[in-house]
Write a protein that binds this ligand. Structure first.
Ligand code: KG4
Ligand code: ZN
Length: 336
């Protein structure tokens, strides 16, 4: 079964063709980073317009690279939320038009379901149940993945998502947007010489809180010679937040009595985090760098498992800016 996956929830226009939910035939990502960089963050209106310009050529390129004709695909999967509403509408409208004109099923996918499914593309025999931790620009959430597409929320950030905290601290350090990867690079040149608050919240809690650390960095910056200490601040921030993440993972494994956890989302591409994860006494899986950040292949993979469960979307599918992973049922009707 060949599925075209489309992702336009933020600042990447992405399309991919995936066979049987596991094998990537093509994965085309057009990033808008240079477009938004001068503004220090994503400008939603610019993002929408740029998605409209790029969606068609990106999808064409996905077919070309896969060596597949449009008529050969069996379904089209698309991110319907959460994300920026304008960008989402572009992908959803395009997917609906393709589904209608080719007479093939449409499958609305939750963006986080996609991030988790990136691991199905990387580990061919991975199947639920397992624990999942999503660390992206919008989410820092622990889930118990009970079955394909069946998620129980175990904990979430109470303020900033981890990627968002990286981006905000990076901005304080005058690093370009998006800050995460730049902060990681800068941290390599420094030492974690400053103490920042390790916020673990109540015993047993799988929630996160990163805003206190962000404020502590701000206060620290006001006191020191920033130019001289920049790399040390980056390293201190990174080590502090990752010590929290690894401690919470230990906690999640202990509380759930599970031995396997899957990590997903943009922050999972951080090499320092990966090194720390490899030291944990458990099976910790994360996808290769190429499919950690937003892409169409992960959406096609998630779409495959939904289709297998008979879940397809009507042509009235909408963009849903605030879609929660535990309230996705109304995206679907029975396929057929
Ligand atoms: O999953 P993603 O591509 O988009 C969302 O769904 O949000 O994640 C993007 C986030 C951004 O906040 C970005 O700064 C962060 O992931 N990120 C990183 C790294 N690469 C991306 N954070 C830390 N280290 C990285 N290497
Ligand atoms: Zn994402």
């Amino acid at each position: 079964m060949l599925i075209l996956g489309i992702e336009t929830s933020c600042d990447e226009t992405a399309a991919a063709i995936v066979r049987d939910g596991r094998e990537i035939l093509s994965n085309v990502i057009y990033t808008q980073i240079p477009l938004h960089a001068p503004f220090g963050g994503v400008v939603p209106e610019l993002a929408s317009r740029n998605h409209m310009e790029k969606i068609s050529p990106v999808v064409e390129e996905a077919f070309r690279q896969a060596g597949v004709k449009k008529e050969a695909i069996d379904a089209v999967a698309v991110t319907s939320g959460p994300g920026l509403v304008g960008p989402l509408i572009v992908g959803v409208s395009f997917a609906k038009a393709l589904s209608f004109s080719l007479g093939i099923p449409l499958i609305g996918v939750h963006h986080l379901d996609g991030h988790i499914a990136a691991n199905y593309l990387s580990f061919s025999d991975l199947e639920p149940p397992f624990l999942a931790l999503i660390l992206s620009g919008g989410h820092s959430h622990f889930y118990n993945v009970k079955a394909f597409g069946d998620y129980e929320l175990l904990g979430a950030t109470r303020d900033d998502a981890l990627g968002e905290a990286f981006d905000k601290v990076a901005r304080m350090l005058d690093l370009p947007y998006p800050g995460g990867p730049h902060l990681e690079k800068l941290a390599l040149e420094g030492k974690p010489s400053f103490e920042l608050p390790v916020t673990l919240l109540e015993e047993g809690s799988l929630d996160f809180s990163f805003s206190g650390i962000k404020s502590a960095v701000k206060m620290l910056i006001d006191k020191i010679d920033l130019e001289k200490e920049k790399a040390n601040v980056a390293a201190s921030f990174q080590e502090t937040v990752f010590s929290i993440v690894t401690e919470k993972i230990r906690r999640a494994l202990r509380l759930s009595e599970k031995k396997r956890i899957v990590i997903a989302g943009g922050v999972a591409s951080n090499q320092r985090l990966r090194a720390l994860l490899d030291e944990l006494p458990a099976e910790v899986l994360y996808p290769p760098l190429s499919i950690c950040t937003d892409n169409g292949a992960m959406i096609a993979a998630a779409g495959y498992y939904l289709y297998e469960q008979g879940k397809c979307s009507p042509l009235t599918l909408n963009a849903r800016a605030n879609l929660s992973l535990s309230s996705t049922e109304d995206l679907w009707i029975t396929c057929g």
